[in-house]
Design a protein around this ligand. Structure first.
Ligand code: ASP
Length: 430
């Protein structure tokens, strides 16, 4: 047994017993227990003597949301720096990649917003206000967005949770560090390695802390669902069910868009793409992680679909770090959904802000489970929506995360197919 294997098995042996149960199963158990507790506390007709207990059931969800908000900005910063320092992007193909990524992500967000505007899932049934809050949805001012793109101080975006400023800082430092690295490599120097190691270690550290928070999600789901059922019965869940249907429909439309783009812009047959890609889609669905799926995506793009190695690596290994169309679609829909729930419909201008921030938030989202939930806090903040409502979305995120991860991976594969162009790989290239 290798050293890492023995360390890993040691770490697994030391896990508390409940960690042996897969997270999804823990959440399902939490949901069942919450329904039982909610019913026994009155299911919409609570006994006033239990009022304080019922209110306090929301505490775990509130704490988890605070932790997610706090982790969002460092996660994005370090993830973008890490990608810039460790990946190799040829300049011409890089520009083509950037255009494809931007178009696909914009289409995803527009599809999401269209579906949410047409179906209006937030108006199906009534949801509760999780905690008493002042709602001030910010108005849209494009000049303010532009003026605010540069922060007052380098660390300001980390404190204000401003995703646009954060991406400006992350990309500036990313570009500079990348340039310094290649200069040093040309001169035979190795100083860049220590910075690269620090960034890689910080990235791992943030992900580990995030995993601690995610491990507590079943507790949050238990508390918040029990509280809602106790106070309001089952009516609020109609609205969440409508939201699930709307997101699934939007993801399906996005998948159709990919197939159409492949048919028009690449030599790959969409049917062959779907059949050949099945392993990657299923792995993405079962792991909720596009990063974990990455090696499989890379492999099948070449072996089962027949793309050139350069296109497969640019789309599936490089592009995938920035490309999370399913996540962008989901974040934009969530913002619109919650605005409908609280009756503060977002104007067209505010929806444009949502489009912009969702693009940035999805660029910075890591390809790990629930990352979309973390960066979503920044999209909400950008239009002044109360992030407390994300607690409600936590209850359905375990399922929707799987679905949007499959679309994220399909998006990476589409990018590779488009980069491969209209001419199939010749026998000499194979
Ligand atoms: N789980 C997604 C992924 O790995 C990210 C997200 O949470 O949206 O791509």
């Amino acid at each position: 047994m290798s050293e890492t294997e023995s360390t890993n098995s040691h770490a697994t042996e030391n896990l508390p017993w409940w960690q042996w149960i897969p997270l999804t199963l823990q959440i399902i158990i939490a949901l069942v227990l919450a329904v039982i507790l909610g019913i026994s506390l009155g299911a919409g007709n609570p006994n006033p003597s239990n009022a304080i207990f019922i209110t306090n059931l929301a505490i775990p969800a509130e704490l988890i949301l605070k932790a997610l908000r706090a982790l969002a900005t460092p996660l994005i910063l370090v993830a973008v720096l890490h990608t810039f320092m460790t990946t190799n992007i040829p300049s011409k193909a890089g520009r083509q990649l950037a255009v494809i990524l931007l178009t696909n992500t914009s289409v995803a967000i527009i599809v999401g917003l269209l579906v949410a505007n047409v179906l209006r899932p937030g108006t199906w049934g009534s949801l509760v206000v999780p905690v008493p809050i002042e709602i001030t949805v910010q108005s849209f001012d494009p000049w303010r967005l532009f003026k605010d793109a540069v922060p007052q101080a380098i660390l300001q975006p980390l404190v204000d949770n401003n995703v646009i400023q954060l991406i400006v800082i992350a990309i500036s430092f990313g570009l500079v560090l990348r340039g310094l690295k290649s200069e040093q490599i040309d001169q035979g120097k190795k100083e860049y390695q220590s910075t690269e190691n620090v960034i890689a270690t910080l990235f791992d550290a943030i992900i580990r802390i995030l995993n601690w928070v995610i491990a507590l999600v079943p507790l949050a789901v238990f508390g918040i669902v029990a509280q809602i059922i106790a106070e309001r019965g089952f009516v609020p869940f109609q609205s969440l069910a409508a939201f699930i249907v709307a997101v699934l429909l939007a993801l399906f439309l996005q998948a159709c868009y990919y197939l159409l783009r492949i048919k028009i812009g690449s030599w790959v047959n969409p049917r062959q793409f779907l059949v050949g890609g099945a392993d990657a889609f299923l792995t993405a669905f079962s792991t909720s992680s596009s990063t974990v799926t990455m090696p499989i995506t890379f492999e099948i793009l070449q072996t089962k679909i027949g793309l050139r190695e350069s296109s497969a690596s640019l789309g599936a290994l490089v592009g995938s770090n920035f490309n999370h169309d399913g996540t962008a679609l989901y974040e934009a829909m969530s913002a619109l959904y919650i605005s409908q729930v609280i009756g503060q419909n977002l104007s067209l201008g505010q929806q444009l802000v949502v489009v912009l921030t969702s693009i940035f938030a999805s660029v910075g989202a890591a390809g790990i489970p629930n990352a979309g939930l973390v960066t979503m806090t920044l999209v909400f903040t950008s239009v002044g929506l109360p992030t407390d409502y994300i607690a409600l979305l936590v209850t359905v995120d375990w399922f929707l995360d799987r679905c949007r991860t499959a679309i994220n991976v399909m998006g990476d594969m589409t990018v590779s197919a488009l980069l491969d162009g209209k001419k199939p790989r010749s026998v000499d290239e194979a």
